[in-house]
Design a protein around this ligand. Structure first.
Ligand SMILES: [Fe+2]
Length: 176
């Protein structure tokens, strides 16, 4: 679907890497696995159209048009950082709506994405720093708290994941 939509190979590899991180989280976190996998793999499908902040909204619409569930659409819409609050939504000029991950599946995908930089699995501080560099201090704090919320459910600091699965995990399992 990503390739069909026109995503670059780099985006495909990124999405597969996010799926590998989410899969590792699900070893200890109870969630709907097929939904998390679909959300991880498709979260950036909107990048085929726009690489800015709108890619999440566009991606959600693309998947909605294909007739997928609103659960999946919401995972995609809400995957930016650890979500966006009403102030962010207004500042960024996004269409009004809820952009905060609330279900466990929405949270796992959003944060698995925070633990992947391009094709590399990283600790959460890497992405928190990037948000601070952009001046998104509330977003960075929100991400820290999502990190600890999910780490608690995982039973360990999720920053162990790059060690657990490798910085460049084997993605071949995803192809069958
Ligand atoms: Fe994204």
């Amino acid at each position: 679907m990503l390739r069909e939509a026109g995503c670059r190979e780099r985006v495909v590899v990124h999405c597969c890497t996010v799926a590998a991180v989410a899969e590792e989280m699900l070893k200890n976190i109870k969630a709907d696995r097929p939904l998390v996998m679909a959300g991880s793999l498709l979260h950036d499908i909107g990048r085929s159209v726009d690489n800015g902040i709108l890619h999440a909204v566009i991606g959600g619409e693309m998947v909605e048009k294909k007739g997928f569930s609103s659960d999946l659409v919401n995972i995609i819409r809400k995957h930016t950082g650890a979500g966006l609050d009403d102030i962010d939504v207004e500042d960024l000029g996004l269409p009004p709506g809820d952009y905060m991950p609330r279900t466990i599946e929405e949270k796992v995908v959003a944060h698995a994405d925070n633990l992947v930089s391009d094709n590399r699995v990283v600790g959460h501080r890497h992405s928190a720093e990037r948000l601070r560099d952009k001046g998104a201090f509330r977003g960075a704090a929100r991400m820290e708290s999502l990190h600890w919320e999910l780490s608690k459910l995982y039973g360990m600091d999720l920053d162990i994941i790059p060690e657990e699965i490798g910085e460049y995990p084997d993605l071949r399992w995803l192809s069958h």
